[in-house]
Design a protein around this ligand. Sequence first.
Ligand SMILES: [Mn+2]
Length: 416
Amino acid sequence: MIHQNRRKELLSKLDNNAVVIVSTNSEQKRNSDVNYPFRPDSSFWYLTGFIEPDAIAVFSKNDYSIFLNPKDKTKEIWNGKRLGVELAPKALLANQAYDIDTFLDEIESLVDKDSSVHFDAPTTGGWKDISSTNILNESISSIFKNKIRPLNPYLSEMRLIKDPSEIKNMQAAANLASKAHIKAMLKTKPGLYEHHISAEFDSEFRNGNSEHSYPPIVASGENACILHYTENNKILNDGDLLLVDAGCEILGYASDITRTFPINGRFSEPQKQIYEIVLNAQKSAIACIMPGEKVSTPHEVACDIITNGLIELGIMDTSSDLSEFYMHKTGHWLGLDVHDVGTQVIDDEYRIFEAGMVTTVEPGIYIRKSDKIESKYWNIGIRIEDDVLVTNDGNHILSEAAIKDLKDIEHLMSNQ
Ligand SMILES: [Mn+2]
């Protein structure tokens, strides 16, 4: 029902006779005859609730057709059950279902002469996607030509505002990942390897019937200054920090959390100084998230605090560029995709926060070796990231169970 309501709401934003075509992913080859674990396309999942690979939904005000893989005894024995053409209409609340291989034969008959066709080329590969040529995109472009209109701008606006069922899943994803971060702090000690800490997240997520929402970053010492470090195989050295950026997925909805903590359980004085700047920037950025505030404000607030903090410590002088130490944005939308859909800017102006939006808040400071900087600060990389829901009267930190105050972390890790 929830998916039917979403299709209805989407159509209400389009022309009266508009037709929407949206497709999901195909399985992707990892090597030889081994595939990557399958993950449905987020927009397709959002509108249909259907999680098998190779499917296309076509719907308008009066009609909903679903194209999907047909039942196949052999393939189902080898690869798992399929819903099939016969059961699909009832299960998915569609008017009719077709074998996906008949898509090109049927599609023209499902679109009236004066209808517009809302469709965007799949970005992650889908049905008959062959290297750089997407057959679905090519076919739809050649059949419907100038009747084609974009879909994503309308859909992204809808996906940007989360409904209560989506928020429930995101809270569950944040809770599970927060628990895993606490476990990681308790497990961490000098002499273990980054992959041992990574394994805590694998175990916690799988035990919660969940998956990673992106490859985790478990970066000790200087590795923390590599933003997308995923080797996760170095030894944990006494005196270094460990930066962990890891989140999971519940029914498709992601969490995305980063914590940075001392491998031996005690922050050194220079680490403390940098940590307090990042934490202050993060808390201050979160404090200004509320309906009516510009979405650019958290980043501005975080940049000011980090700039002043680094100048005070003599790491940066007024003329240096902040991007040497803080080179990414303070947040991004979060939802079915970790970097979720939705624009930041409308008509050349930053938009304002609205209740139901979920953003990450993740300032950081990364200090690489440099003759211009006192050596006690070298190789300190710190990021603190929470998932924040905009509520009617302010915000709620979905990931608040993951402790982040310096004293709380030291206290937790002293009980190992
Ligand atoms: Mn993030």
